[in-house]
Design a protein around this ligand. Structure first.
Ligand SMILES: CC(C)(COP(=O)(O)OP(=O)(O)OC[C@H]1O[C@@H](n2cnc3c(N)ncnc32)[C@H](O)[C@@H]1OP(=O)(O)O)[C@@H](O)C(=O)NCCC(=O)NCCS
Length: 204
């Protein structure tokens, strides 16, 4: 087991399928049949691609901190990485063999008083050009299985908004269970505040 990374990589790495759980290997195969693969690591060039993707309206709506603070540019992304985060990139192989960023996610050590025993935070984004194709489940499962195989990550948890029906559906589908909720105001993509419920979930 190695510690979570805290800086940029020179190149991305494939997932270690042979060391991963069966559901992780099945997720890799499912993505492959759709023309996608997941690699781990983060280069400055892919930080640029994440910064562009973070500006998509659906990502700004539910994840405003991505374009607002985390992934504004290479410098803010380097600061975010220094908190020890393992990045996973969903890549689509185009007809000319080029790899295009179709999604990103990460895991890292983080605790929350509302999640007793929760050790590893997990986040997920799929680009609008690739949404609705059934990618979120296999991307998530391959990411979680790889995080366990590479970093020994366990006791995963996440937070999401109740109104984000697609995300809530996916998280339940891959085995996350609700453990807490909090009525809050959510900042929207346009900067307004709306009433919503923050959901906290865990997966063993
Ligand atoms: C949420 C997100 C990850 C889903 O990714 P995706 O690849 O489009 O999702 P998929 O196509 O794999 O699956 C969507 C599933 O949710 C279901 N769904 C979609 N909208 C739904 C809704 N409002 N309520 C319930 N289920 C819904 C679909 O029927 C599908 O179900 P199925 O897998 O059982 O067939 C993606 O839309 C995204 O990145 N959004 C912006 C960022 C974000 O919200 N991230 C999560 C932050 S917590």
């Amino acid at each position: 087991m190695i510690p979570f990374p805290d800086s940029y990589d020179n190149e991305l790495r494939p997932l270690p399928a042979e060391q991963m759980s069966e559901d992780g290997r099945e997720a890799i195969e499912s993505l492959k049949t759709k023309g996608y693969e997941v690699q781990t690591g983060l280069t400055p060039e892919y930080a640029d691609a994440i910064a562009a993707m973070a500006l998509e309206p659906s990502i700004k709506e539910y994840c405003p901190n991505d374009s607002g603070s985390r992934f504004i540019n290479r410098q803010t992304t380097a600061e975010w990485l220094s908190k020890k985060r393992a990045t996973f990139l969903l890549l689509h192989k185009s007809d000319n063999g080029q790899l295009e960023l179709a999604g990103y996610g990460w895991v890292g050590a983080k605790q929350n008083p509302l999640i007793p025993g929760g050790e590893t935070t997990f986040s997920l984004r799929v680009s609008e050009n690739h949404q609705g194709k059934g990618l979120a489940s296999p991307f998530s499962v391959s990411m979680l299985a790889a995080a366990t195989a590479i970093y020994g990550a366990k006791h995963m948890w996440l937070e999401t908004w109740e109104s984000n029906g697609g995300a809530v559906h996916i998280y339940h589908k891959i085995g996350f269970q609700d453990v807490a909720s909090k009525q809050e105001e959510r900042p929207t993509a346009t900067g307004q505040m709306v009433a919503d419920t923050r959901l906290f979930m865990t997966r063993e």
